[in-house]
Ligand binder design. Sequence first.
Ligand code: CO8
Length: 260
Amino acid sequence: MAFRNVTTSDRGAVRTLTVNRPDKLNALNRETIGELTLAFRQAAQDDAVRVVVLAGAGDKAFVAGADISEMTAWSPTRAQAASRAGQELMLTIERLGKPVLAKIQGYALGGGMELAMACHLRVASDRAKFGQPEIGLGLIPGFGGTQRLTRLAGRGAALELCLLGHQIDAARAERLGVVTRVVPADELDATVDGMADQLAAAAPLALKGILDAVIEGAECAIDQGLAFETQGFAIAFSTDDMREGTGAFLERRKPSFKGS
Ligand code: CO8
C-alpha cells in the first residue's frame, strides 16, 4: 500500500520506513502516525522482513515532534485520543518481535525522541539533537516519553529533560543510555546498514526471544521475567536455526540461519 507521508524500501531482509515530511521536519501529524502504525504492522506480518530501520527524510531532522499545528484547537478528549494513538504506534514498534533500528541524523524532539526510544536500537549522527521540549508549549510528553526515558536513562535524567525542556547533543544522549552508538554524520548510513545486515543474518526466533524477554521482563517481577527467558530459551531448541548455529560453531564455519 502506498502512503503519503511514509516511504518504504527493501534491501534484502531489511525494510526501511522513512517519515517523509522534510518541509515540516518530519513532524508526526495524525495521518503519519496512522501510516507508520500500518507500515509497522505490515512489516511484522511479512516473513521476508527480518529487521526494520526507521529514518526521517532530509538531513535536518529524524522527527521534530508531534505536529504542533494540529494541536491548537484540541479538547482534552481529543488530546487523549491523540496521545493513545501515538502510544499505540510506540507499542506496535516495541512489541514488533523483530529488531527496529532508529537512524537519527538531526533533531529527535518531543514525539520524535519518543519514537526513537520505542525502537530497540538507536544510531545517531554526532550532529543529532535530542530533547523533550513539551514543557515550553505548556504540555507534557504524550507518546510515552515520561515512561521510556525514565526506563532508559533513570528518573534524574527524565526529570531534568522533561522539566527543563532543553536539547542535549548526541554524546550526552549516548552517556545517558538513550543512544546505542554515535558516529560521524558521514558514517551514519554505513553504520546502520552494517548493523541491520548483522541482525538480518541472525536467527529470527532467537532475536524475537531476546526482544520478548527483555521488553516484557523489564515490566514485571524478576520471577516472571525469568519465566519469559526460560520460555524463549526452550523455544530456540525447537528451531533448525539453533541446530545450525551450534553445528556451525563446532564445524568452524559461518552459520546460515533460515528463520525456522
Ligand atoms: N510541528 C509542526 N511543525 C513543525 C514542527 C512540529 N513539531 N517542528 C518543525 N516544524 C515546521 C516549522 O513550523 C517550519 O514550517 P514552515 O516552514 O511551514 O514555517 C518547518 O518545520 C521548519 O522548522 P523551523 O523553521 O522552526 O526550523 P528551525 O531550524 O528554525 O528550528 C527546531 C528547528 C528547533 C526543531 C524547531 O522547528 C522546533 O523547535 N520545532 C518544534 C519542536 C518541538 O517543540 N517538538 C515537540 C512537539 S510536541 C510533542 O512532540 C508532543 C508529543 C506527544 C503529543 C501527544 C498528542 C499528539
